[in-house]
Design a protein around this ligand. Sequence first.
Ligand SMILES: Cc1ncc(C[n+]2csc(CCOP(=O)(O)OP(=O)(O)O)c2C)c(N)n1
Ligand code: SF4
Ligand SMILES: [Mg+2]
Length: 306
Amino acid sequence: MSEKSTAFLRMADLPSTHLMGGGTAMCAGCGGLQALQQIYDVLGEKTVFVNAAGCMTLLSVYPFTPFRGSWLYTSMASASAGAQGVRDALDVLAGKGRLPPEEDLEVVVLAGDGSTYGMGLSATSGAIDRGLDFLYLCYDNEGYGNTGQQASAATPMGARTATDPGREGHVGFKKDIFGLWVANHPSYAATVIGAEPLDLARKIEKASRLSGPRLILALAPCPTGWRFPAEDAVEIARLAVRTGIFPLKEYVDGEVVHTKKKRPRLPVEEYLKRQGRFAHLFEPERNEPVIRGIQARVDAYWAELE
Ligand SMILES: Cc1ncc(C[n+]2csc(CCOP(=O)(O)OP(=O)(O)O)c2C)c(N)n1
Ligand code: SF4
Ligand SMILES: [Mg+2]
């Protein structure tokens, strides 16, 4: 968690049937935590979370963890390799008759965008190639949140980060990690957001009924790194969907289907101007080329579908 965080929420204060408070603290309004709670409520405790270093690592402080199921920690680059080891170990035990089928665990990678889009991509690519039976959950706060919001390959154009302090903000576009997964024909891939809980729950239920490599990509509005008041978190998440900048979709049976098509879409600046990381695009004067560039990219995405 960045040192900029001032407001904290204990897991024990949150209404969840599966995540237990362990005395750990996260920023209030954390969109990643909201999504994780909802996902965990669907998946349940017959899970083992393989967690790459990042904000969510702070949920567990040895010897306590808020997860009722199993949890283990890996370096940023190796969560998918760790998942392979855990899956293999479970399969070996099952093969020897030492793990009854009802006690088998779903192997879940839990990783931020820094790991998912960058450092861990090689290990994940190998795991997909091998057809590893795992669920990969990325909470995407569009930067290295835990270390003070440096840019990652998920950082959107125009956003100011600790490593993009200039007038234009981040130069370059967010990597299409969903598209990368789809190109490799996983069993399932979906985007979700905590502010759309029914859509999220349906997708997690579907993913948990399947086997093989499965991606859940959760946009994680981050009050600390994106610089907005914690109480705006849900509204900003909804605006991400309403403006079309974060499409809700799933890939199953060889096809990508959009699960929420909001019409009319709101102008993307409704989403941008609520966040301090984009404030320089509006003040002291509007940076029209960048604002228009972001809008044009969103429009082009949807135009291809419509
Ligand atoms: C190889 C390596 N470099 C740097 C770090 C320091 N580090 C720990 S967490 C983190 C940020 C991870 O970003 P992300 O995966 O997006 O997760 P978030 O912090 O946003 O939750 C960094 C850089 C590390 N653990 N390992
Ligand atoms: S993702 Fe953002 S809001 Fe959540 S704990 Fe990390 S810095 Fe805080
Ligand atoms: Mg991140």
